[in-house]
Write a protein that binds this ligand. Structure first.
Ligand code: G3P
Length: 216
């Protein structure tokens, strides 16, 4: 499973990029709005920071297919790393088809069921993003939905990749990996936690203390 960062905060993105484990970044309109930055310049800056081939996901705001295609083309023109995020609606899936025909990669977002994921994949989406946390929030099982999506994709040998999104805690990351997600997109605070274990901390402290004793 690959790790993406789910953030639009440039300082945070720089810090996470330095960790050396990221294969992509996902942004969404809520995250971008929080920064107060110009959307296209922010996407350009992120693309300039990361290596070639790293996916930088930027979401359209239009609600009609024509508008989504227009915005998608503008976003894709910013940099070859850009993947256009499209919401899972009828118009969204129509836009995915058109963008795919133009050679533009898309990530269909706000996916909650295997059938939504299948529709997106059949329209030519390169990625689908099932939201774990938001599904859990309404008393459903986000991880079970992700497992079902992975099974359906394997069953039909579908090349569209699954991005486990709306990740709220480290256990979601483990569950996404166990479900067979291709990618997990993770907020910085959760990403940092993945490195930590009390026994690791304790072990490092003991090694240092023993070394200091031996040398004394
Ligand atoms: O980027 C989409 C997604 O990861 C949102 O997460 O926590 O707002 O449900 P959340």
């Amino acid at each position: 499973m690959q790790f993406y960062l789910d953030s639009a905060d440039f300082t945070e993105i720089q810090q996470a990029w330095e960790l050396g484990i990221l294969s992509g970044i996902t942004t969404n309109p809520s995250l971008v709005a929080k920064t107060g930055e110009d959307f296209h310049s922010l996407i350009q800056r992120i693309c300039d920071l990361v290596d070639a081939g790293i996916c930088v996901n930027a979401e359209v705001l239009a609600l009609d297919a024509e508008g989504m295609v227009r915005e998608g083309e503008q976003l894709a023109a910013i940099h070859p790393n850009v993947v256009v995020k499209i919401p899972m609606t009828i118009a969204g899936v129509q836009a995915v088809k058109k963008l795919c025909q133009k050679g533009i990669r898309t990530n269909v977002t706000l996916v909650f069921t295997p059938v939504q994921a299948l529709l997106a994949a059949r329209a030519g989406a390169s990625f689908v993003s099932p939201f774990l946390g938001r599904f859990d929030d309404i008393g459903e099982d986000g991880v079970a939905a992700l497992e079902d999506i992975c099974d359906v994709f394997i069953h039909y040998d579908i090349s569209c990749k699954s991005i486990a999104a709306s990740i709220r805690h480290p256990v979601h990351v483990l569950q996404a990996a166990q479900a067979g997600a291709d990618i997990a997109t993770i907020p910085f605070k959760v990403l940092e936690k993945l490195y930590e274990h009390p026994l690791t901390k304790q072990g490092v402290e003991k090694f240092c203390a023993d070394w200091a004793k031996g040398k004394g």
